[in-house]
Each structure stands twice: as structure tokens, then as C-alpha cells.
Design a protein around this ligand. Structure first.
Ligand code: B3K
Ligand code: ZN
Length: 890
């Protein structure tokens, strides 16, 4: 059993570090660090006699001195976790010399080599791999960073804050000094060195100051930085306009690297990005990449206030910065998209992701509240729950309080907590003070895990024109939480007439009809009954519009009513949701038919609903593309009592084919109509047209249309942008056409030198199906792990090939003989030795093992046990995932 840390065990730090001066002598093999800490006992500590403890892992101690006197062994203790110095009961100066090896750091936490460059990553606990320090977010210090390095290898040396001095040393090296004016926790420290070039620009802030912005990359990537820099400008402007928050530094830098464990990092004034979340030009980035990059650039920038200036007391509070900042980046993207229909598409995509990833996580062994109660390894808790569900919780607050009051609360949160390390209560308190509302029931969203289910049943009294609606909320038991208290759930209700018009929603007893449209109610009990009156006809219910609450809603609608909403609901989210429901149910029906070997037609209701959306001139192409997209196989399977990935795949293929066949001419016409002329621009309008064209081609191709096959081939060769090129390649790879191999080889040759493209190519290989006569995808994936453009040390390669295969290709991964799982175990163990954070991510692919049909489930269990058997070799990261997967449920 790994060591579990509990939220309730928090203790204030025994010592504070007012200032830290770091001096680095850079060397990829062995970097020397001299660190001088001005330390004082914390008056708020419960234990004034506690020794000074400085975390340190994989760092070699050279010497330690207290107030100028070198300590000898016996005056301190050193173990694998850090350095303990007793007797620091008054302010003191601690001077430590230590070394670490960037080259040997394959975990990519701390300071590591990325090609010839050095990069840092300290969140959550990487600073302890650089030097000895109280590595916890509630110790805030002012940093001075001195970096010395060869002008040849490290012509550029960056750290947080302002460059104050720069000089040549006698030995030919250069020395730079940065001073960061803002106290910060060490997880926000950053250092970058190497042969980098930059795209830079001045930018005028609203308050009249001019700041310097720059994006730093390897020279060959300079032509991919324009979108990054422009996104940063938009983010700065938006934070000023929407939230009244200014950039507080003279200088703001972004760095991109190909070796990075996740998306990006908000280090104060020096954000470091995974190249795939930063670099774009029409040849290497799709429309979705352009949008995502803008969102991530925004996200990291927005952390400057929500995360950096107001930071966390302890890691349990992670959602305080992440949920809030995801909410902010979602709003940023929506505002950049501008018009309502494009905003709705953004909301739909966010919800799709929440359902596909977070709902699944919350129904499995890693289920946890957005503020977890315990963890073994904090890096395992940078989850879709903390991030995406966390953002939904913030969004609900805005919905419940209204935008204006929410903004007042937000302003208060920032003003009161600036410069402090706080807990989630600080946010709720600011909202309570701004609104005058008691949010104690709302706080259940922070404490309880599991996705609530809201079941709605109605009875209609035609004579009285009365509709009685009962909403019941239940939340399933989750690990450690057998029983749940009711949540406060925003509950928007709208009624539609048979003509599809919104009707007034009037409660019994109310004198006048309110205006037609949505009315916001709140569910606070397990069961709530509403009585509505004044209805001339039985309305169709449009509930939880805009996905106001992250719940699973059973509105009790029949198929006809769902199809009616798909055709008529003026709320775009619910319209999409209805079409999506029809498609999911159609796959369920086909899956059942396959299992029972009783062929069944795909319901004409679904085919008709799809045709209606496709032909509707009032709907935007982008909306049509999301509404008609096939729901993912995993999402569909999640609703089955026992998951049979092969049956679901067969059902899925049948639905796609039937939709394509039955609407073939409409799809072909749409594909022709949606051609985008002119130079490439990733605007929402053009991106929407491309998305719809590719969707239409995909359906037509699935229906076996030779014309579609020609159009796809031409598109692959003639495309002026990656969106179209990649879509064409993907469509070919997903089909049985013999021509696909030539195309794959051609793409590989053209993309060989560009890691961003190689990763996309690898994902296509990992996620495509295999057809009779072809080797199983497993064999292809294994082979690709041995090719020269794949490295187990590069997280993007691992995510693109291995994680994509494990997570996004269910029918090929879940092979009946368990060979997919054996390969998974082998890869997890290998990654575990290289990079525990990446290994732990890959390890999660078997989380849902109990949900599968018995034969598969047994084999998955065996694979988990085979990893567990290597317990003594497992990193704490992987150990926690395996242990939780195997633990008795609940
Ligand atoms: N705060 C970082 C994530 C750090 C992950 C550490 N395992 C990026 C972000 O959320 O903006
Ligand atoms: Zn974040």
C-alpha cells in the first residue's frame, strides 16, 4: 500500500522562506546549484520547535551552511526525501550547494534536457528535484535567479521576472540575473536555456503601460509562432475587459518544447508549453489545433491571477485554480468565437468531452470529488474531474448567482486573497458575500464524487391544462462515499408547443404568464415536484438547457419527443443533445441486434432526424457537423451493463453505414457545397464548413460511394491545410481501400521531420480499425514502437501511439486472447522506469476493467495483477493507479 495523504492532516509550515537566491552553473550532465534561503520560523506553526525540513529528491548535497557556518554530518539528516536541520528557531540564512543531472532526468520533472535545451517543470513537486526547499504551495518567497552558462550551448537563459544584470565571466561564460518582484510558491519557478529564437512584440495595456511579449522556440519552429503571440495578445485584452485583470509584469514569455509531460505550465511570467499546444501554421495544425492553442495560451495566461497571484494552500485545493481557470478559458474561447451559434458549438464540445472522459472517471475506481479527500501521488489528480467538472461547478455558480453578482464575487475573491495561498472556501466565501446567499449546500459539489442522476417524470391533466413534474436526484455510491447528500442543482425548464415554439412556464398559483422561454429553478431536495398551469396543450420538455448542471438527465422523453427536440429545440445545446441521444440509442439497438444475431433496420426516425438537420438552412455548418457526428464507441459502451467492445463496434459501423446510405445524395451534395475557397484561415465560419464537408465525406465513404473515395483522394493531394489533409488520410485509413497504404506512406515521407505531424500520423495508425486480411492493429502498434521516429522517452509519442491505442481503439485493444492487455502491461512497466507521470496516465487505460464482459474482464484483471506483481519496482504514481483499480469496489 502506498502512503496516503489526507486533506484533514494539513498543518501550517513550520518555517517560511522570505527570499531565495538561486545560482545555477548549467551543465547538461551535472548542474551545480547554490541556493541561499532567508528562513524564519512561522508564527502560525503549531509546533515552534519543529526542525526545518527541506524536500530534496534525486539531488546530491554538496554542502549546507547555517548563517555562514558549514554544518557537518550529524548537524543535519539527509534521506531520500530531503534534508532536516534541527534548531532553526530564529531567522537564519541557509546556504546549500547541490547538484543534479538534467540529462539523467527522464521523468521530465525538475530541470531536464530537451534536445540540446534545458527546460524546467516544477508543478506539482518538481522543485525538490532541483534543490532542497520546502516544496509546498503555501511557502511564498521572492526569487532572485542567477544563471551561468556557455554562450555556445546556452545563448538564451531565461527565468521568471525581470532581467536585471547580464555580464561576461572571465571563463568565457555568460551570467544573467533575474529578479521576480512577486512572492511565489516554488511550483511556479521556471528556468529555460538553449539555442532558442523568439518572435516578440510590444503590447499596450489598458492602464497605459507597454509590455514586452515573446514566444521562444527552436529556430525551425519560428514560422509556427504567429498564432501563439496573437493568441496571447487576445488573452491579455480579454482578461482586462471581461474581468478587469491587468498583466502585472513588464515582460511575459512563452517557451515551446517537444518534451513535456502535459499541455503547458503557468510559471510566473515564463509559461512553458508542450509544442502541440503552442505551435501552429496551416501545414502543421488543424482548425481544432488553432482553437485549442488559443485556449491553452489563454488558460496559462489567466493563471497569472487565478493560480499565481492567488495561489493554493495545499494540493487538495487544486480545483480552486484549475476549475476556475478552465471556466475562464472556456469563456475566452466562446467570446473569441463571437456569434451565438459558434459559442453553442464550443459548449457542446466541452460537454462532449466532460461526458466522454469525466463521467467515465467518476464511475470508476479513480472517482473523486473535485476537491479530493486523499491521494497518494498528487500528479495522479490532475484529472478531468478536478479540471472539467471543476469548471462546471464554477459555471453553475455563475448560473445560480447571475453574471453580475458572480463578477462581484470574483472581484472580491481576487482583491481579498491577492498574495495569499488559500482554500476553496475563500472562493465560496467571496461569492456568499457578494450575493448574500448561503452556499453551504452548494459546497457539496466540492465534497461529493459521482455524477448525479436527475430523473424527471410528468403527468398531464389536459382538462386543467396542468403539468405536474417530479424531479428526483440520486447520486451513485463511489469509493469511500456510500451515501450522498442532495446537491443544489440549477434546473432550467422550457416548454415547447407542437409548432416548436417556446411557451411561458407558469407555476400554479402565479398570477400572470411569464414571458415565453427558459425559467431557472433549483433542485435542493432528493425529490422536488413542480406544478405548472396555463398550458393549452401538452408541451414537450426542454430541460437542463445549455447543460446548466453536470448531471445525467433522464427526462422521460419517448423517441418521438427526442426527435422533435432534435428538429425544433431553439436551444442549440438541447437540440444537439437530442440528436446525439438518437444516435447513441441507434448504436445500442444495432449492438443488441448483432449480439442476438437478429438483423434490424436502423430506425427511420434517426435517419429522418439526421436528414432534417443536414438540410436545414438555418443551422450553421459547424453545428451540423457536431450534431451529426457519430458518438464515440466508448461513450456508447459506457451505458451498457456489460461492455462488449466488439459488439458496440459492429453496431456503430452499422449505424454509420445506414446513415450514409440512406442520405447519400444529401451528404455528397453537402460535401460539394462546403468546399472552402481562398487562402487558409482558421475562422469559425470556415472551420465549420470544413468540418461539415469532412463529416459528409466520411458518411458517404462509409456508404461505399466511389465518388466520395475520389473526392477524398483528391482532397488529400490538393488540400491547402492540415485539417483537410488529415481528415482525408483518416477517412482512408478507416476504410478497406487498398490505396490507403500508399497514402499512409506518402504522408509519412512528407511529415517525417515534423514531430507535430508524426504524432498525428501515429494516432491515425493507432486508432484505425483492421479489416479481414490485415494484421491486427496491435501488431502495427508494436512495430511502430520500434521505429526510429518513436521514443518511449517522448511523452507526445507515447500519448499519440500507445495511449491513443489503449483508450481510443476499443475493438482493437480489447482482443479476446488478452494480447492487447499483455502489451499494455509491458508498456506500463517500461514507462514506469522512464517517466512515472506518463506511465500512470497509460496505466489508467484499464480503470474500467470490472465493467467488461466476463472473459475480457478476467484477462484485464490478470494484466493488472501482472503489473502489481512488480510492486517493488513501481513508482508511487503507477502503484496508486493499479492499487485503486484492483481495490474492492466502493
Ligand atoms: N498547472 C499545470 C498542470 C501541472 C500538471 C502537473 N502534473 C498546467 C495547467 O493546468 O495549466
Ligand atoms: Zn491550469
Amino acid at each position: 500500500m502506498g502512503k496516503t495523504i489526507h486533506r484533514g492532516d494539513y498543518r501550517a509550515p513550520s518555517h517560511l522562506v522570505e527570499t531565495i537566491r538561486l545560482e545555477f552553473d548549467l551543465d547538461a550532465d551535472e548542474t551545480l546549484v547554490k541556493s541561499t534561503l532567508e528562513v524564519r520560523p512561522n508564527p502560525e506553526s503549531a509546533d515552534p520547535s519543529a526542525p526545518l525540513f527541506l524536500n530534496g529528491e534525486d539531488v546530491k548535497l554538496v554542502s549546507v551552511a547555517l548563517d555562514g557556518r558549514e554544518l557537518h554530518e550529524g548537524e543535519y539528516t539527509l534521506d531520500a526525501h530531503g534534508l532536516t536541520i534541527p534548531g532553526v528557531t530564529a531567522p537564519a540564512s541557509v546556504e546549500i550547494r547541490s547538484t543534479f543531472s538534467p540529462k539523467a532526468n527522464t521523468a521530465l520533472s525538475g530541470i531536464y534536457a530537451s534536445g540540446a535545451n534545458l527546460m524546467s517543470q516544477c508543478e506539482a513537486q518538481g522543485f525538490r528535484r532541483i534543490t532542497f526547499f520546502p516544496d509546498r504551495p503555501d511557502v511564498l518567497s521572492r526569487y532572485t535567479t542567477v544563471i551561468r552558462g556557455s554562450t555556445e550551448t546556452y545563448p538564451v537563459m531565461l527565468s521568471n521576472g525581470n532581467l536585471t544584470t547580464e555580464r561576461m565571466l572571465d571563463d568565457g561564460r555568460r551570467e544573467v540575473t533575474y529578479v521576480d518582484p512577486f512572492p511565489k510558491p516554488c511550483y511556479l519557478f521556471a528556468l529555460v536555456a538553449g539555442r532558442l529564437v523568439s518572435r516578440a512584440s510590444k503590447f499596450d495595456l489598458k492602464d497605459g503601460r507597454t509590455v514586452d511579449l515573446s514566444v521562444w522556440v527552436d529556430p525551425q519552429d519560428l514560422d509556427k509562432t504567429e498564432h501563439t503571440l496573437e493568441s496571447l495578445k487576445r488573452a491579455i485584452r480579454w482578461d482586462e475587459e471581461r474581468w478587469g485583470l491587468e498583466l502585472d509584469l513588464k515582460d511575459f514569455k512563452i517557451v515551446a518544447t517537444n518534451d513535456f509531460n502535459f499541455g503547458a505550465m503557468e510559471n510566473k511570467g515564463l509559461n512553458i508549453f508542450n509544442a502541440r499546444c503552442a505551435l501552429a501554421n496551416p501545414a502543421v495544425a488543424t482548425d481544432a489545433d488553432y482553437e485549442r492553442i488559443e485556449g491553452v495560451v489563454g488558460h496559462e495566461y489567466f493563471h497569472n491571477w487565478t493560480g499565481d497571484r492567488v495561489t493554493l494552500r495545499d494540493w487538495f485545493q487544486l480545483t480552486l485554480k484549475e476549475g476556475l481557470t478552465v471556466f475562464r478559458d472556456q469563456e475566452f474561447t466562446a467570446d473569441m468565437l463571437g456569434e451565438p451559434s459558434a459559442r453553442a458549438v464550443k459548449r457542446i464540445r466541452d460537454v462532449e468531452y466532460l461526458r466522454a472522459a469525466q463521467f467515465v472517471e467518476d464511475a470508476g475506481p479513480m472517482s473523486h470529488p473535485i476537491r479530493p479527500e486523499s491521494y497518494q501521488n498528487i500528479n495522479n489528480f490532475y484529472t478531468v474531474t478536478v479540471y472539467e467538472k471543476g469548471a462546471e461547478v464554477i459555471r453553475m455558480l455563475q448560473t445560480l448567482l447571475g453574471r453580475e453578482v458572480f463578477r462581484k464575487g470574483f472581484d472580491r475573491y481576487i482583491a481579498v486573497n491577492d498574495g495569499h495561498a488559500v482554500t476553496c472556501e475563500a472562493f465560496l466565501k467571496a461569492m456568499e458575500e457578494a450575493s448574500g446567499r448561503d452556499l453551504s449546500q452548494f459546497a457539496n459539489w466540492y465534497a461529493q464524487s459521482g455524477t448525479p442522476r436527475v430523473t424527471v417524470r410528468t403527468s398531464w391533466d389536459a382538462a386543467a391544462g396542468r403539468l405536474t413534474l417530479t424531479a428526483e436526484q440520486t447520486t451513485p455510491a463511489t469509493p469511500g462515499q456510500p451515501v450522498k447528500r442532495p446537491f443544489l442543482i440549477p434546473f432550467p425548464v422550457a416548454f415547447l408547443s407542437a409548432a416548436g415554439e417556446e411557451l411561458p412556464v407558469r407555476l400554479a398559483g402565479e398570477a400572470d404568464d411569464p414571458l415565453p422561454g427558459t425559467r431557472m429553478f433549483e433542485l435542493t431536495e432528493e425529490r422536488t415536484t413542480f406544478v405548472f398551469e396555463g398550458l393549452a396543450e401538452k408541451p414537450v420538455l426542454s430541460l437542463n438547457r445549455g447543460f446548466a448542471a453536470p448531471v445525467i438527465l433522464d427526462a422521460g422523453l419517448n423517441d418521438e419527443e427526442t426527435a422533435f427536440l432534435a428538429a425544433n429545440d431553439p436551444d442549440p445545446f438541447n437540440r444537439w443533445n437530442a440528436m446525439n441521444r438518437l444516435l447513441i440509442d441507434a448504436v445500442h439497438a444495432q449492438t443488441r441486434a448483432k449480439l442476438l444475431r437478429q438483423p434490424e433496420e436502423v430506425s427511420p426516425l434517426v435517419i429522418g432526424a439526421a436528414a432534417q438537420i443536414l438540410k436545414n438552412p438555418t443551422l450553421s455548418p459547424a453545428f451540423k457537423a457536431v450534431a451529426l457526428a457519430m458518438p464515440g464507441e466508448k461513450l456508447v459502451a459506457e451505458e451498457d451493463p456489460l461492455i462488449d467492445p466488439h459488439a458496440v463496434h459492429a453496431g456503430w459501423v452499422a449505424v454509420r453505414q445506414a446513415l450514409g446510405e440512406k442520405n447519400l445524395s444529401a451528404f455528397l451534395e453537402t460535401a460539394a457545397e462546403m468546399v472552402v475557397e481562398g487562402p487558409y484561415e482558421p475562422t469559425p465560419e470556415k472551420a465549420g464548413r470544413r468540418a461539415l464537408r469532412n463529416l459528409a465525406l466520411g458518411y458517404a465513404h462509409a456508404a461505399g460511394s466511389p465518388r466520395a473515395a475520389i473526392m477524398i483522394k483528391d482532397q488529400f493531394h490538393e488540400a491547402t491545410n492540415l485539417t483537410d489533409r488529415l481528415a482525408a488520410l483518416q477517412m482512408m485509413a478507416n476504410s478497406q481501400t487498398p490505396a490507403k497504404q500508399d497514402m499512409e506512406v506518402e504522408a509519412l515521407k512528407a511529415w517525417y521531420n515534423e514531430p507535430l505531424l508524426i504524432n498525428k500520423w501515429l494516432t491515425i495508425q493507432a486508432t484505425s480499425p483492421s479489416f479481414p486480411g490485415e494484421p491486427p492493429v496491435l501488431e502495427r502498434v508494436k512495430e511502430l514502437t520500434r521505429c526510429p521516429f518513436f521514443s518511449m522517452k517522448n511523452p507526445n509519442n507515447v500519448y499519440a501511439l500507445l495511449c491513443a491505442f489503449f483508450q481510443q481503439n476499443p475493438s482493437e485493444f480489447h482482443l479476446a486472447d488478452g494480447s492487447g492487455y499483455a502489451f499494455w502491461a509491458e508498456m506500463v512497466l517500461e514507462l514506469n522506469r522512464i517517466n512515472p507521470q506518463v506511465a500512470a496516465r497509460a496505466a489508467r487505460a484499464l480503470d474500467q476493467w470490472r465493467r467488461y464482459t466476463p472473459a475480457l474482464s478476467r484477462r484485464m484483471h490478470e494484466a493488472l495483477l501482472s503489473v502489481e506483481a512488480k510492486k517493488s519496482e513501481l513508482s508511487p504514481n503507477v502503484a496508486e493507479i493499479i492499487e485503486k483499480a484492483l481495490a474492492n469496489p466502493l
